[in-house]
Ligand binder design. Sequence first.
Ligand SMILES: Nc1ncnc2c1ncn2[C@@H]1O[C@H](COP(=O)(O)OP(=O)(O)OP(=O)(O)O)[C@@H](O)[C@H]1O
Ligand SMILES: [Mg+2]
Length: 248
Amino acid sequence: MSAAFIEASNVWKRYGDNVVLERLTLKIAEGEFCSIVGASGCGKTTFLRMLLGEETPDQGQLLLEGKPLRSEPDATRGIVFQRYSVFPHLTVLGNVMLGLELRNRWCGRLFGAQRRQAREASMDMLGRVGLENAAQRYPAELSGGMQQRLALAQSLIAKPRLLLLDEPFGALDPGIRHDMHELVTALWREQGLTVVMITHDIKEGFALGTRLFVFDKVRADPHAPNAYGSRVTYDLPLIKPAAVAVAA
Ligand SMILES: Nc1ncnc2c1ncn2[C@@H]1O[C@H](COP(=O)(O)OP(=O)(O)OP(=O)(O)O)[C@@H](O)[C@H]1O
Ligand SMILES: [Mg+2]
């Protein structure tokens, strides 16, 4: 068996007296599309922020390709939140180019030929998400679906290997959500991404994932609701004929 891309062993996370995660253990192979469902407040976003490097486990180990996760976000990981993950004062094109500049943080802003290349790559990515005609507009002038496509473009331009999605489609109308499902599935396959997506919509979790995790508490004290944390209570492999064909 190949080494896990992501491996959490016995991870605990507390905020003060509030135990959020306890004994969380899971393994994810590269290229999987993992959906996470669970009650509000059970620690799903906290887990994603650990994968991003914004939070660290209090106990236990979280490994990316066998190494402890760097405690700072870097280009291997991109994230899209439910809303407001783009910068309102930059144009659509400016937001995608910023995604590249953040990747090149060590050399700062791009100039000259590099900047032209960045602009071309950004326009290609905008074409890929169907926003080529909106390049000069500002996020406030976009619909919710367009803003989420922009957020995807901004993350993917940095060529992350791991894409983290925190209820990215939760605020969208059902028709638009369906289009976004097709787009994200296509991008996942084309770019060979590993995706970890939180959703409140279990149908969405089943439809998109190759795997579905349920986060829940296995013990609870009604007099001390914060005393115990969540872990993975179900880990369901989902048969995806198309994905199997691609892998083969
Ligand atoms: N930075 C923080 N400081 C203190 N407590 C926090 C912090 N972040 C999260 N929490 C607490 O941790 C618990 C889990 O929060 P989290 O956001 O991970 O839940 P969630 O499963 O994503 O919920 P939702 O489905 O509502 O988004 C909550 O009780 C929350 O109040
Ligand atoms: Mg959350």
